[in-house]
Write a protein that binds this ligand. Sequence first.
Ligand code: MRU
Length: 340
Amino acid sequence: MFRPLFWEEDHLVLLDQTRLPWEERWLRLARWEEVAEAIRTLRVRGAPALGIAAAYGLALAALRPKPGRTPRQEVAEAREGLRQTRPTAVNLFWALERMGRVAQSAPEEALFPALLAEARRIHEEDIAANLRMGEFGAALLPPGARVLTICNTGALATGGHGTALGILRTAWSQGKLGRVYVCETRPVLQGARLTAWELLREGIPFRLLADFAVGLLFRRGEVDAVLVGADRIAQNGDFANKLGTYVLAVLAHRHGVPFYVAAPSSSFDLSLPAGEAIPIEERPEEEVLAPYGCRFAPEGARAWNPAFDLTPGELVTAFVTERGVIRPPYARTIPAALSG
Ligand code: MRU
């Protein structure tokens, strides 16, 4: 199975996603600060992958404390530093909490092996969750399904296999999938660059769409289901995901098409009763004005660049998790499915 990041000897090895699809450049990261930089600049991205990278980052902190620091002091600083990288995906905070509990109970001399073992567990559990979601989700799709998706929710966004794209991978292996429609996902083009890269490697048929082609696509009855990922899901089913997801949900509702969200339980934030409290990351204006160094907008133009939008739970047909499929009323069913 393809993994976009993994531990090798005493380094974290990570595929630089800002270079895809032009170049497969693997980075060897030795320090937690390099992991924080990779997260901030989207070299590694996608909610579950952020949690896994941050977990390995804490292992690196324990392995290489700065002169004059104990491993425990370095880990504490790394936790704080990694928390500051990206605010929306709750998986990042979930993984840092979980690693923090291990750090607290491990003796100083065993800190590094304990943290590395926990990071590896988080990674393996994520892959196992994705494979289970693949089975649950594929069962929801009609034969020959034409499925619309956005951003990249594949192996690249996770420990391996993927969430929404993992379901499509499983459905394809079962002979159930007709075609995938992929929104290019402006401004940084995770759909065009990353999802297209993954689907081509798998030989799964797809068409790439300029984002606003979706309206005509729905009108023509070409979509059987919408399948997206999530960065943070509140108790009532409101959720944050890549900018444009809300547009797809409204269109799906208007056209009577099922709208599914695939996410592991680490993407749910039960401390939030509703979505309004989810912090929405705003990214540099340059990503909109001059993506990848190609300036479209005139000098002096300003941009607004929220990385995510918020979709109300009432537009979600079902959530697919590793624990099964969750249906409304979410304020009751989400806590019930995730407790225990
Ligand atoms: O800004 P990104 O590329 O990290 O955004 C990723 C998404 O919005 C994904 O849909 C989400 O993290 C789920 S990934 C399985």
